[in-house]
Design a protein around this ligand. Structure first.
Ligand SMILES: [Cu+2]
Length: 188
């Protein structure tokens, strides 16, 4: 069967969007329509810098742990997807505010939703991880979208990602770069 792919048009503006090209064509899911929708807040460079500063200044959390991080690396100019599990062993709900990586110029938090046979991605933030619980970021759900690599990381290498939470704390993970056709690992 031939996948029908319609390239999403991002509605925000800015230098980062020179590459507002297809997210979709390398995803192995039987995508019918995959459009980038609902972006109303692009990340101007000063905001990006603020995110990086937040990560640099934040204290490492003792209760929030990110594990199993991997990145499905797609050929440029497509953005690559980042997937991981966040566990919160604390007694309070935590909200993930942003992610960043020194290897990529821009990292956004996205959510894929499915409705009426269509998949669409939208930018999101303040993603809640319940007290004593965990949240899996995976293809077809919440994920990070990584754009503008300084140098395209080699398959099999690892890049560090930082995650900043509403508590002002951060967690970091080493994320393995995987090939475009990598399927999501089986979840438990
Ligand atoms: Cu996305």
């Amino acid at each position: 069967m031939k996948n029908i792919v319609i390239v999403g048009i991002m509605s925000f503006t800015g230098a980062a969007l020179a590459n507002s090209v297809s997210h979709a064509n390398a995803l192995p899911e039987p995508t019918v329509l995959l459009a980038h929708a609902g972006h109303d807040h692009g990340t101007p460079s000063h905001a990006k810098q603020a995110v990086a500063d937040n990560a640099a200044n934040a204290k490492v959390s003792s209760t929030l742990v990110v594990s199993g991080c991997w990145i499905r690396s797609l050929p440029l100019p497509a953005p690559s997807g980042g997937y991981f599990v966040i566990e919160n062993s604390g007694s309070k709900e935590a909200k993930l505010q942003s992610a960043s990586s020194t290897a990529y110029g821009m990292v956004m938090l996205h959510q894929t939703t499915h409705q009426g046979g269509m998949s669409r991605m939208s930018a999101t933030h303040d993603i809640a991880i319940p007290a004593g619980g965990k949240l899996e970021f995976k293809p077809g759900g919440y994920h990070a979208m990584l754009e503008n690599p300084a140098n395209v990381p080699a398959i099999g290498s690892k890049v560090k990602m930082d995650f900043v939470f509403d508590s002002g704390e951060k967690a970091s993970a080493d994320c393995e770069i995987k090939a475009p056709n990598t399927q999501a690992p089986m979840s438990h």
